[in-house]
Design a protein around this ligand. Structure first.
Ligand code: FE2
Length: 235
């Protein structure tokens, strides 16, 4: 009787196009986050004259506060994490010892409450984007804490198979297509970096404390400063 191949060992199978994300917690979040909250609420107060339940700053926060120590510390952590996830996604394409440079082309904060949310969207003009949870508040996999309840303030990502599900055929053979979303549940100090082209949406949030996040876009350059996109023929 032929030996049943172990999962992943079948030489006849080609697996293509995985989606790579990074999730990690900032070791300094307990020090950094309170300082960020102070900065953000003071910024919001100046801009709007009081607290609001749906606020997004402009995306040039790093230029607005170039000397803010904790914001700088967070940007440094984010930059290193972008290299970490991009290096993994480009394994075999980047030389192991290549020194890459990350530019955070946009970084901004958002405060939400009273069911504020964003529609499904993608980010442009960047290879990687991300969200850092400064204050998760009452975010959770379900708002009422029970199975089957609606998620509260989670960031939901949709896989590339999503468009093929509309009017598509679903059976046991393509069960792997049916779970076409993944939720990042907010947690204080958690960073989630994703390919900028991946569809996502922050679910409506409601809680005693606001949900406060930092979002960002990143471009990555190789050691010679190139972005390395080649529009020409290869030979
Ligand atoms: Fe987004």
């Amino acid at each position: 009787m032929a030996k049943k191949p172990k999962s992943g060992d079948n030489p006849n199978i080609v697996r293509l196009w995985p989606t790579t994300l990074l999730v990690k917690r900032f070791a300094h979040y307990q020090k950094v986050n309170p300082a960020l909250l102070e900065l953000f609420y003071a910024h919001c107060e100046r801009d709007r004259g009081g607290p609001v339940h749906a606020y997004a700053s402009k995306d040039d926060l790093l230029s607005q506060y170039p000397m803010h120590a904790e914001l700088g510390e967070l940007a440094e952590f984010i930059g290193q994490a972008v290299v970490e996830v991009a290096r993994e996604a480009n394994r075999g394409l980047w030389p192991d010892d290549d020194r890459v440079r990350v530019t955070l082309t946009g970084l901004w904060f958002q405060i939400s409450n009273r069911h504020a949310f964003h529609e499904v969207h993608v980010h442009g003009n960047a290879s990687w984007s991300g969200v850092y949870y400064v204050q998760a508040g009452d975010s959770g996999a379900s708002a009422d804490g029970e199975a089957g309840g609606q998620p509260n303030g989670v960031t939901r990502f949709y896989g590339p198979h999503l468009e093929h599900m509309a009017g598509g055929f679903g059976d046991y053979g393509n069960l792997y297509l049916h779970r076409n979303s993944w939720d990042s549940v907010p947690q204080d100090g958690k960073l989630c970096i994703f390919p900028a082209h991946i569809k996502h949406m922050p679910f409506p949030y409601d809680g005693e404390r606001d949900r406060v996040i930092v979002s960002f876009h990143a471009q990555v350059f190789d050691s010679s400063g190139n972005m390395s996109y080649n529009y020409g023929f290869q030979n």
